[in-house]
Ligand binder design. Structure first.
Ligand code: ATP
Ligand code: MG
Length: 183
């Protein structure tokens, strides 16, 4: 499954609606310091359900909303949409038959937080379920950031196991079992 584009609006430094296209399997994002490169990665993690503000380099969850600059007033909401190419049919589950799958998240200053799959409102759970076992997800190994390699090298065996279980595709089943046991 390939990420085709990211649509950002009101998210961190991307106040105006912006679409970033990834036309091939290998894309590089380059630009001067502070231009928003890391913000686009934060955006990807955020849509996939990241619930820790710290992992998005902020203090609270509404910190992702554009909070104003010298020439612009703050805005009231942030939204990000990821569009995936599923023409190879890699996705299983309810979206298996779609050649394109869009995942969107929107948050408002008054604390509303919504997720959408192909435009339909859904739960955070539906989004995380969709990606479990694919290697994608808010804290998956699909995003390798600064410091992550040394974190992996220094990880305790039980921490390493989480990555191996995700790569082997069994995290999905463990999650379902946990869910059933908690009911
Ligand atoms: P570097 O090359 O230094 O890593 P970068 O391209 O990764 O830079 P980012 O960290 O993506 O840069 O962007 C930082 C910019 O985003 C800063 O100018 C910061 O003020 C701005 N920014 C972050 N959060 C918000 C927000 N909520 N509202 C407005 N601007 C924001
Ligand atoms: Mg950066």
């Amino acid at each position: 499954m390939r990420l085709k584009c990211i649509k950002l609006a009101g998210f961190k430094s991307f106040v105006d609606p912006t679409t970033v296209h990834f036309p091939s399997n290998l894309s590089a994002v380059v630009g001067p310091n502070g231009c928003g490169k890391s913000n686009t990665i934060d955006a990807v993690r955020w849509v996939m359900g990241e619930s820790s503000a710290k992992n998005l380099r902020g203090d609270s969850m509404t910190d992702v909303i554009f909070n104003g600059s010298s020439g612009r007033k703050p805005v009231g909401q942030a939204s990000i949409e990821l569009v995936f190419d599923n023409s190879a049919g890699k996705l299983t589950g309810p979206y298996a038959g779609f050649s394109e799958v869009s995942v969107k998240r929107r948050v408002t200053r008054d604390g509303q937080n919504n997720y959408f799959l192909n435009g339909d409102k859904c739960r955070r759970r539906d989004v995380t379920d969709l990606f479990l076992g694919t290697g994608l997800g808010p804290r998956s190994y699909a995003i390798i950031e600064q410091g992550m390699i040394s974190k992996l090298i220094e990880a305790k065996p039980e921490e390493l196991r989480v990555y191996i279980e995700e790569a082997a595709g069994i995290s999905k089943y463990k999650e379902r079992r946990r869910d059933t046991e908690n009911r």
